[in-house]
Design a protein around this ligand. Structure first.
Ligand SMILES: *Cc1c(COP(=O)(O)O)cnc(C)c1O
Length: 469
């Protein structure tokens, strides 16, 4: 159904938005000068705006609408649960069916011994929980000084005080006194941008061993955990070389450092298996989940905690003095449970992995032939292309980083495609239900937008190559 006629005009909505809505990660002054694009509805892999444009959503919202838009069952479950029990807490020795049923379902589908969940409302909150949880874990065993956490530069773990500190985004650290104490960062496994003349495999080992060096610098008895995304998402879909994760795993084991896999993006099918850990052979002690957990239909996240850790906490942990009012919120939990039911019943991950993801990989690789593309990489439905004025040299542009990426992004939007730019990388993370015809449509729009973006960059004199860092 099209609700557009029920809304005020686009100009009126933009004025209300500008006057009262502070946007995340946005220069409010600049946005308000031009007005936000108002998205009014979605169906399948498409979103619609207030001007009637239909746009192929190559980002699944914000890496989350894995099931696609407009699934009626999801709305009906939320409706029924809201009538039955819209809220109850799980703080004071109570529980409710959606929280416990979702917990049991998660334990069933999770790899290894990730059998228990501590719920949160978002990925950021779950990572804040992780900071307190790993410190509590070691402190309860008489090791309160084993509290330091190591993350990675250009990693993303949310933007709360804790999540923003675990992440290694310099722009986030620059505001509000981050990182908080007891957190440090190692370099990322970004071969295209930082690997120089090394092979990806050599480079993957080198960057993994930076973790060992950092643990040795601090002393293993001071290091509680390492956190990383199996594939860095917000940092620009950075797919690590094959050597990276096995080496990280070895290092964490040898030094008795807990491994936190932040799967807020990679969980629930994104990389072609149900969990990124399965794609990359990682056995984490804690897994952060959010986004695809509910396909974005309700805000919910959580920390999956290994049975091994939980057994220790059951024995010596006492009360964990931590929790959110909306921990395991019944409506959100019911929606997440329905999401998983649909994904399992319709074999959405398995179908994508067998058919549409390999097809997308083949079509995506063709983009590497484009004169402005230095690399096209993809795992499952999580991909990036590196824009460059000089393919052979993997050179960046001389212009400020992101100048050309933004031009391409603008052409995408105008052509009816959402591709996000991170600097001069274009990234995608479409709904898992994207079919072959939609993939062809996607690639047609992407090439058109790249052509137009390149023409614009040339016309504006920003196509020249700069020096690699
Ligand atoms: C989005 C994201 C988060 C933060 O989740 P929010 O729900 O936005 O708080 C954390 N980690 C990763 C890997 C993410 O992509």
């Amino acid at each position: 159904m099209d609700h557009r006629s029920n809304y005020p005009s686009t100009a009126e909505m933009q004025a209300l938005d500008a006057a009262h809505n502070l946007h995340p990660f946005t220069d409010t002054g600049a946005l308000n000068a031009k007005g936000a694009r108002i998205i009014t509805s979605g169906k399948g892999v498409y979103i619609h705006d207030s001007e009637g444009a239909r746009i192929l959503d190559g980002m699944a919202g914000l890496w989350c609408v894995n099931l696609g838009y407009g699934r009626k069952e999801m709305a009906e479950v939320a409706y029924r649960q809201s009538l039955e029990l819209p809220f109850y807490n799980t703080f004071f020795q109570t529980s409710h069916p959606p929280a416990l049923q979702l917990a049991a379902k998660l334990a069933e589908i999770m790899p290894h011994d990730l059998n228990r969940v501590f719920y949160a409302g978002s990925g950021s909150e779950a990572n804040d929980t992780n900071i307190r949880l790993v410190r509590h874990y070691w402190a309860s065993q008489g090791k309160p000084e084993k509290s330091h956490i190591i993350g990675r530069w250009n990693g993303y773990h949310g933007s709360t005080m804790g999540g923003g500190s675990l992440g290694g985004m310099k722009g986030i650290h620059a505001q509000g006194g981050l990182p908080i104490p007891g957190i440090s960062h190692i370099d990322q496994p970004y071969w295209y941008g930082e690997g120089g003349d090394m092979s990806p495999e050599e480079f993957g080992l080198l960057r993994a061993r930076a973790l060992e060096a950092e643990i040795e610098r601090l002393g293993a008895d001071k290091v509680a955990a390492f956190i990383g995304e199996p594939v860095q998402g917000a940092g620009g879909v950075i797919i690590p070389p094959s050597t990276y994760w096995p080496e990280i795993q070895r290092i964490c084991r040898e030094h008795d450092v807990l491994l936190i896999a932040d799967e807020v993006i990679t969980a629930f099918g994104r990389t072609g298996k149900w969990f990124g850990c399965e794609t990359f052979g990682i056995q984490p002690d804690i897994m952060t989940i959010a986004k695809g957990l509910s396909s974005g239909y309700a805000p919910i996240g959580g920390s999956m905690v290994s049975e091994r850790m939980c057994k220790v906490l059951d024995e010596v942990g006492g009360e964990f003095a931590h929790g959110y009012t909306y921990n395991g919120h019944p409506v959100a939990a019911a929606v997440a449970l329905e999401n998983i039911r649909i994904m399992q019943e319709e074999k959405i991950v398995e179908t994508a992995a067998a058919d549409t993801m390999p097809y997308m990989a083949q079509r995506w690789a063709e983009l590497a032939d484009h004169p402005m593309v230095g690399e096209a990489r993809i795992v499952g439905f999580m991909g990036a292309i590196e824009l460059t004025p000089d393919k052979a040299a993997r050179a960046p542009f001389a212009a400020d980083e992101g100048t050309v990426g933004y031009m391409v992004r603008e052409r995408c939007f105008a052509n009816g495609l959402v591709m996000r730019h991170v600097g001069d990388k274009m990234i995608i993370s479409p709904p898992l239900v994207l079919n072959r015809a939609e993939i062809d449509h996607f690639l047609g729009l992407a090439v058109k937008s790249l052509d137009e973006g390149m023409a614009k960059a040339k016309a504006e004199g920003v196509f020249a190559a700069g020096k690699r860092a």
